[in-house]
Design a protein. Structure first.
Length: 189
């Protein structure tokens, strides 16, 4: 079994532009590629788990979501950073595309995407982490049984105060979060 770090996509690795629907909108956040490289060099599998309700809402297709995710993996690889896999949830109960309009176990804060990765990739969940910028990310990680780190700028003060009660660490950005967890695990930075 291997340790992994599950990462939210929008607001954690890349700029959150709302419903990202074009590869040209992908902007990797400062330090994100370096953070992923640091995880790679310290033996952590890196797995992205992302809600993509834009599919259910009809803003873009599943094919477009896959194209964007593939481009992100390529952009990160160009910077020497390896993402093992991306899991995404296209569902939303308020969607307009009937196929995706439903309650599901994969939409964060539910842990379905993480649980799927654990089964498919032989992950040691008890020694793994979920890093994200929203309470739904943290709750998904907690429900799956891994440690949690909340990052960054998009969380309002009140939500951050509530989250501080349940997360293992709070960091300004992904790079700071990864430096903390690598140090905690006695690895090199």
């Amino acid at each position: 079994m291997q340790k992994a770090v599950f990462l939210d996509r929008d607001g954690t690795i890349i700029e959150d532009v709302g419903y990202l629907s074009d590869v040209g909108q992908i902007r990797i956040l400062p330090g994100a590629a370096e953070a992923i490289r640091l995880l790679n060099s310290n033996g952590f599998k890196v797995i992205i788990v992302t809600n993509q309700a834009g599919v259910a809402r009809g803003y873009f297709t599943e094919s477009r979501a896959n194209e964007i995710n593939e481009k992100l993996v390529q952009l990160l690889a160009d910077r020497g950073s390896v993402v093992e896999r991306i899991y995404y949830c296209p569902h939303h109960i308020e969607g307009i595309v009937e196929k995706y309009k439903k309650e599901c176990n994969c939409r964060k804060p539910n842990p379905g995407m993480i649980e799927q990765a654990v089964k498919e990739l032989d992950i040691d969940i008890n020694n793994s982490y979920m890093i994200g910028d929203k309470s739904s990310d943290i709750e998904a990680g907690r429900r799956a049984g891994c440690k949690t780190i909340v990052v960054g700028g998009s969380i309002n003060h009140q939500e951050l105060e509530v989250l501080s009660q349940s997360v293992d660490h709070i960091a300004i950005d992904l790079f700071e979060a990864v430096k903390w967890l690598v140090h905690l695990n006695g690895r090199r930075t």
